[in-house]
Design a protein around this ligand. Sequence first.
Ligand SMILES: [Zn+2]
Length: 587
Amino acid sequence: MYRREFLKTTASCLGALGFARSSSGAQISGIDAVSPKPSAAGAGGIYLNQIGFLPDHAKVATVSARASSFLVRSLKDNSVAFRSTLSPQRQDNASGDTVRLADFSPLKVPGEYRIELDTGVKSDSFPIRKDVYDHALLIMMRSFYGQRCGYDVDLGGGYAHPKCHMEAAFHASSGKTGLCNISGGWHDAGDYGRYIVNSGITTGTLLWAWELYGASLKDFALRIPESGGNVPDFLAEIQWNLQWMLSLQDSDGGVWQKQSRDDFCSFIMPQDELGPNYVIGTGFAPYKSTCATADLAAVMAIAARCYSSYAPAFSRQCLKAARAAWNWCQNNPSVLFKNPAGIHTAEFGDSDCHDELLWATAELWRKTGDATFHQVFLGMLPQPLSAITVDVPSSTQVSSLGYWSYALARREGSGTAIAAIQQATLKTGRKFVRQSLDNGYGDSLALEDYAGASNSVAANHSLLLLIANQFEPDSSYLDCAVNNLHYLLGRNCLGISWVTQLGSYSLQHPHHRPSVADNIVAPWPGLLSNGPNADPADPISKALPRQAPMRMYVDDERAYSCNEPTINCNAPLVFVLAALHAQPSHG
Ligand SMILES: [Zn+2]
């Protein structure tokens, strides 16, 4: 799976060329000066979610320091709120550490606390509170507003830029010529490209969060320009990208792969990347690509469901687009995309569009109930049905989303197909739970997962576990899903929060052009970096000494293979935060 993610990373390699022209003026050099510094918590050997815990959920810190017992002190009156012994030692293979666990789950009283070891070592303070993750949900969702292209963005605090990339043209590979009036969407990542395939899984994941947890998101204010309108803020922000996706659909229903410059730019602000932004196709008839078109069909079918109450005309437009895209795919089932000559931005190449078509067909059936979609979907399933396997989705492997949509649809489907999908999902969920229990830092990653976009994989493990919990409610799935959140926000061997501006020690130097070019010290808020990568692609990451895979990370803006935020990395973590926001105990 990461291998496919890696295609994106490989394309990003050319970002290094951009760096060579970087306005920052820095030179690629030894990494000693930019190695991650030990965090305050990490220096003491106590690793935990830096933004805190929900009262009714498990609460565990990982301790690498020598100690045998611990207490949790309330900062309000300096009293001891909880005390216990540390677990027996265990070896954590992903980090190479020998660790013990400090489990203080019985402590449920809201407040501000810190952990103290019997050796006198203290952690940073952290809260226990019902709404402890609301701020994370807010800034991670607002980060999509920060990624808007073609808009006067102003997140506050100086994080702003004027309209960018307004000059657009059809690239020769698109089958059309001349200037065009196509703008909008979200910048994909640390670069300014906009890619249908990655937009597909990102908007699909976010819209699914709405479908499962929308009741609690309806009044969640994002403070975006559309706030106060008919459409809830959560949907309004996603709509910004959906509208751009629609504009990449040709009149025959097919969808062009992407819109970008011909190459990655240096570390400049988006408004400074001048010249035509190309609508890019395959370079040969029919110019549009199947995977992109099927992704759009899937997402627009979900959108048709989500927006029907708030923006009926937009909902109808989405359904029409989804049907046209699906029909195009029936006539063009395997038009693959490779970057045409002269184009070097991210490719999102994919040699197999079966999974995208499966997803599109499931979403259209779920929306419409049409027998045609149902029959096609059933015909696409592996036989025997016991051959169905479910793993985490990625940009170019979305079969799980198709399976889940079918199984979650409130329609009369095939009972045997639904049972097979559920069993396959629960099987993978149980595997993740076992891995989480074995791992010293509580995350559910296997050693081989630390290869490309491992933080996105961790967040998508949580997404799968939350879907498993829909099929068969079980607190072990929920606990495991939350454990990955803890891992991403500080319970890891580096003691780092991988979301910018979240936690007492978060990454400072993401491979994110506005964060480098804006002359503000702190990076743009709410961005999840792609994380440790034992298969590094950029010179800075490659220069790291070979270590246990969780340690294959450096907080350096040049290290795009382990420190680039992407919209598809943020989306599954927003999904997890939305699920926690919807918990009955949230209040
Ligand atoms: Zn832009």
